[in-house]
Design a protein. Structure first.
Length: 279
């Protein structure tokens, strides 16, 4: 059999866990393949994508800043990826490149596994970028009664909500400014998701303690450090707090399944991630 490969396209990639995860899974399943990070500048995106058409290539993952731009270089894109405005997985189907998005489904899978159920409950999402869009999709798909999106640039929050309203007509979608999270809410939120970049930057959005109860779950989509300031504040207010490792592993697993037709052993992913993430 021919040795196969897959890769990650984006820039920068130095902190990515994807090579560690996928290479561990290839080894565990005895698949003759490797996964590598390919730092890709915007000017080089077209040629990097073209290389994925090679017969020995499974496909690729795509990360910032190319998740939206890569769509123009593909032969087909799933409806979900179009609605989310982002592709994070490319599959080489006999030289034909098909894009999809596993972020929202990965978050949903992990939330079910972690027994976080927003069905019939109000939830809050902080941020309005690609990660926030995936979070809103996942929460709405899991049956949240309402999803409020708050962002520093309120126009971006409005755009996110407007673009997804038709997909989820039974979910009450609202937007506002990020500083509204500092105000006392009428009632605690069932789930509060930090999808801003502040967790990666060692900071945190300010959230009023009244946003939380003992039944609340705060989800930080950043996964390194394992506990952020956002998570610590939520715990202090009495809530359960989780980081983004679960979403990362499950979106990666879905991509792996797309390429190989096999589910990766999640225990292998978890062990590989634990070795890489700073305690």
């Amino acid at each position: 059999m021919t040795h196969k490969w897959a890769c990650l396209l984006g820039q920068p990639l130095v902190h990515s866990l994807s090579p560690t995860l996928h290479n561990a899974a290839f080894a565990a399943l005895g698949i003759d393949a490797h996964y590598e990070a390919r730092p890709t500048a915007p000017a080089d995106l077209a040629s990097a994508v073209a290389a994925l058409r090679a017969s020995d290539c499974f496909g690729a993952n795509v990360t910032a800043p190319h998740k939206r731009a890569v769509i123009d270089h593909l032969d087909d894109v799933s409806g979900k990826a179009v609605a989310l405005g982002a592709v994070n997985t490319i599959v080489n189907e006999g030289g034909r490149l098909v894009g999809s998005n596993t972020d929202a489904a990965g978050l949903e899978r992990w939330m079910r596994e972690a027994q976080i159920d927003p069905a019939g409950q109000p939830v809050l999402v902080l941020g309005a970028g690609g990660a926030a869009r995936a979070a809103v999709w996942a929460l709405a798909d899991l049956g949240a009664s309402s999803v409020v999106v708050l962002n520093r640039t309120v126009e971006h929050a409005e755009d996110l909500v407007t673009s997804l309203r038709q997909r989820f007509p039974d979910v009450y979608l609202l937007w506002g400014k990020l500083d509204e999270a500092t105000e006392p809410p009428r009632a605690p939120w069932r789930v509060v998701v930090n999808a801003t970049s502040l967790g990666h930057e060692g900071s945190a959005p300010a959230v009023h303690p009244g946003c939380y109860s003992r039944d609340s779950v705060a989800i930080e989509l950043a996964y390194n450090p394992p506990e952020t300031l956002f998570m610590a504040a939520a715990k202090q207010a009495g809530a359960r707090a989780e980081n983004g490792t679960g979403m990362l592993l499950h979106q990666a697993a879905l991509a792996f399944e797309c390429w190989t037709g096999q589910a990766p052993p999640m225990a292998v992913y978890e062990a590989a991630a634990k070795q890489r993430v700073t305690p």
